[in-house]
Design a protein around this ligand. Sequence first.
Ligand code: 6GU
Length: 285
Amino acid sequence: MHIDIVSVFPEYFDVLKLSLLGKAQQRGLLTVTAHNLRDWTHDVHHSVDDTPVGGGAGMVMKPEIWAQCLDDIMGLEPADFSADGEPVLSRDFHLVPATGAQSPAVAPDGQPTDATDTHGRPILIFPNPSAPLFTQADATDLSHAERLVFGCGRYEGIDARVPEYYARQGVEVREYSIGDYVLNGGEVAVSAMIEAIVRLIPGFMGNPESIVEESYTGDPLLEHRQFTRPTAWRGLAVSDVLTSGDHGRVDRFRRDEALERTSRIRPDLIERLDCKELSKNDRKT
Ligand code: 6GU
């Protein structure tokens, strides 16, 4: 998988070099390029925003700069709007090799420089607090993509025509929120999404079972609690069931705890549970 990220704070994504994500990059499972949106500005002040049309507080990120940047990264040519009025919708676009954000998609002779399309069609993703929630199902889905491009907005967001334009060009565009709270910009949201997606790439995790058992995968229950030794610590003991060595009882105990915790902490998840997902023993609980 190759991931491009566009942000006015590309250094923010240095954290992706750490830990398991960094190892995945060393092992060649993943490449990440963080681009500075200001590299696509032409004015002395490198300004990327302007006041909102229709008034209101804050600033909105300018569409031209975003489009020049995203065109370059995705190897798209600007659609031709020179003809009178009606936009020309072009659905064919050629992709540049993922390493060369700056490399031209089209050689001087007009031929695409990379017809092999090694990184597949990109999916373009914009973090947006007003968009649908990003879920584990989205992470699983996106973990199969060969190429993702994230555009991080700041201030009051990016001019809404930018995602609209790329969708019209035939690009798969998605917008996601990561929760019902407001962040200053898309960077934290994009980091969270990338971590959720990349750990699902086959070969990423040392122990693939740890993915299967987690909350939100398999059935949508919160996970049971986990303990390690010592079994008695500072006046708190682990349940005898867990030390009994009886795997059947341990499984039942954990399943009951998952059901109980989910009903108490996230009743919305229980309401969404398909009855088929509950076994006969579960219903007794
Ligand atoms: Cl995707 N962006 C911002 N700015 N705030 C958020 C968010 C995204 N998701 C939740 N809050």
